[in-house]
Design a protein around this ligand. Structure first.
Ligand code: FES
Length: 202
């Protein structure tokens, strides 16, 4: 597991955009008035989506104020969960699964492509600051291994060439189409159904 890096360069302030503030208030309303803290994960997730995939310290203070809880309580949550980034990861954050099923199916080659095109080391921004990559544990899509996650989307059944195409698009500030690069539907067999043939929509 990589150590969580806290950015030395921090914006002085953070506020939700109007529409995100509305979403945040709706999240807060889901809980009793004296239990507003329960919305902390939802609000941190929203911060990250608004702020190119990372949470500045000013946003942690802002969320604490919205929830009427101490700053340290939000800080604890944001440092605990690995899905929260506390330093810039770029507009496109690439997470490559390197757990056993993905490793057996070629995750090393996917890592190699990231090293070649994004940066030699994980947790560093690409030269144009658009992208970074990191190795992660199982993303829960082993049946479509090898897999990588870019922001909220999964890219599955990868090989070296397809990964190169995807990464190059990211570096040109274009988001490629997510899903299986072999165009399989979800986790269906590559050559079509083999069981439950008589059941419609199975
Ligand atoms: S091992 Fe890679 S998604 Fe599970």
């Amino acid at each position: 597991m990589s150590i969580k890096k806290i950015s030395k360069i921090q914006p002085e302030s953070f506020e939700f955009y109007k529409e995100n503030l509305q979403v945040a208030n709706n999240e807060i309303k889901k809980y009793p008035k004296d239990r507003k803290a329960s919305a902390v994960l939802a609000l941190l997730y929203l911060v990250q989506r608004q702020n190119d995939n990372w949470i500045p310290l000013a946003a942690i203070k802002y969320v604490a104020r919205l929830l009427d809880i101490p700053y340290i309580q939000v800080y604890e949550v944001s440092t605990f969960y690995s899905m929260f980034n506390l330093s810039p990861v770029g507009k496109y954050f690439v997470q490559v699964c390197t757990t056993t099923p993905c490793m057996i199916r070629g995750a090393n080659k996917i890592v190699g492509v990231c090293k070649k095109y994004i940066t030699k080391n994980q947790n560093e921004l690409s030269e144009n600051k658009l992208c970074s990559w990191v190795e992660v544990e199982c993303l829960g899509a082993c049946v479509n291994a090898p897999v990588m996650q870019i922001n909220q989307d999964y890219f599955e059944d990868l090989d070296e060439n397809k990964t190169e195409e995807i990464i190059q698009k990211l570096l040109e500030d274009k988001l490629p189409t997510p899903g299986s690069v072999k165009n399989r539907k979800n986790t269906a067999p590559e050559k079509g159904k083999t069981t439950l043939l008589q059941v419609k929509n199975a």
